[in-house]
Design a binder for this molecule. Sequence first.
Ligand SMILES: O=c1[nH]c(=O)c2ncn([C@@H]3O[C@H](COP(=O)(O)OP(=O)(O)OP(=O)(O)O)[C@@H](O)[C@H]3O)c2[nH]1
Ligand SMILES: [Mg+2]
Length: 195
Amino acid sequence: MTKPICFVTGNPNKAREFKHIVGDEFSSSIVHQKFDVPEIQGTPSEVAIAKASAAAAAYGGPVFTEDVSLCFHSLKGLPGPYIKDFFTKLGHDGLNNMLAGFEDKGVTAMCVFAYCPGPSEPVTLFIGECEGYVVPARGNGNFGAFGWDPIFEPVSEREGEGRTFAQMSAEDKHAISHRGNAVRKVVPFIRSLLQ
Ligand SMILES: O=c1[nH]c(=O)c2ncn([C@@H]3O[C@H](COP(=O)(O)OP(=O)(O)OP(=O)(O)O)[C@@H](O)[C@H]3O)c2[nH]1
Ligand SMILES: [Mg+2]
């Protein structure tokens, strides 16, 4: 019997937000599992393809993986896919300080869902983005915010309330976020796989 589709991630916040955006539609057809798969250096797409391939090999069946990049415009897209290490070591203040010498605080949050049907199979990507600015941390994550949410102010908020992701309700974040935009692309594809 073929294995069920597995969303491979070690980050419970990703799985939680996915479920919040999609609802219960796939709760009985997608399983979640954590595998420690290597994350290579490269562009966000190259990193995503390598991670999904490694995850499919480890699981021995169809997988989704999700990779998030935070691309600082003044730094030619860095830290990009390496944001996890930068955030872990530097924190909110350190990420702000990286841009201290630059006027342009613009940043693109990118979410890449990668689907790999099995070991040695080709990978399909679904990419969602959200434009914003790096700002001093605001918001305490009442709504389940995590990571760099407190220092990401979406461009659309500049003319509005000026909230960071961490100051928005989950619904408001997901309506415009990198993850929301990627999930909305991947959902019809998952439906077609399950037919
Ligand atoms: O404020 C945030 N709002 C978000 O919406 C968001 N999504 C991811 N992240 C963080 O960005 C890095 C990506 O690294 P990443 O893609 O390799 O994820 P990960 O290693 O945590 O999980 P996974 O690779 O096992 O799936 C990690 O530090 C994540 O915590 C976010 N931070
Ligand atoms: Mg990771």
